[in-house]
Design a protein around this ligand. Structure first.
Ligand code: HEC
Length: 138
């Protein structure tokens, strides 16, 4: 019982303290949004629908599922490494520098490394060959 009542007591004291102090001269400033709203998820690809997500959808889902991307994490450098590997080994086309920068910015921003979630991705060129892959690496 004490475990339940203590937080309630603390909360009601805190609320009481808040209502007592009436800011008088403070200018009316809209409070900053505290909650960092997560972007919506595209039901088809699973991409976060923010920024240049449609550019990424257009360039990155022709050969494989978007899941391969959304389950991956990386810094801008790591995403660039994956793109270079696909360009060298998997016939991924070249991007103009502006497009490439926007794709990488989207990926690094929305799918950054997350230590708590999993280890950093191993650079694809350091991975052993996948015996089940249908793609031949020259
Ligand atoms: C021309 C075809 C093609 C396109 C377009 C393409 N990829 Fe890939 N990608 C591949 C192939 C092939 C693989 C290897 C799939 C496998 O091993 O099953 C791959 C694998 C991946 C992986 C997994 C790497 C790993 O370490 O497991 C990621 C992440 C990835 N691609 C991201 C992207 C992104 C981001 C784009 C857009 C910039 C993109 N791909 C566009 C062909 C492509």
């Amino acid at each position: 019982m004490r475990l339940i009542l203590t937080p309630l007591l603390v909360l009601s004291l805190a609320l009481a303290a808040c209502t007592k102090e009436q800011p008088t001269a403070a200018p009316a400033v809209a409070p900053e949004s505290v909650v960092d709203t997560e972007p919506e998820i595209d039901p088809v690809t699973g991409f976060k629908m923010t920024g240049d997500w449609e550019l990424v959808r257009g360039n990155c889902t022709a050969c494989h599922s978007a899941k391969l991307i959304t389950q991956q994490r990386g810094t801008a450098q790591q995403w660039l490494t994956m793109i270079r590997w696909m360009q060298q080994k998997q016939n991924l086309w070249q991007f103009d520098p502006g497009t490439e920068a926007r794709i990488i910015a989207y990926l690094a921003e929305n799918y950054p490394p997350d230590a708590a979630r999993r280890r950093a991705a191993i650079p694809p060129d350091l991975m052993p060959p996948n015996p089940y892959s249908t793609v031949t690496l020259d």
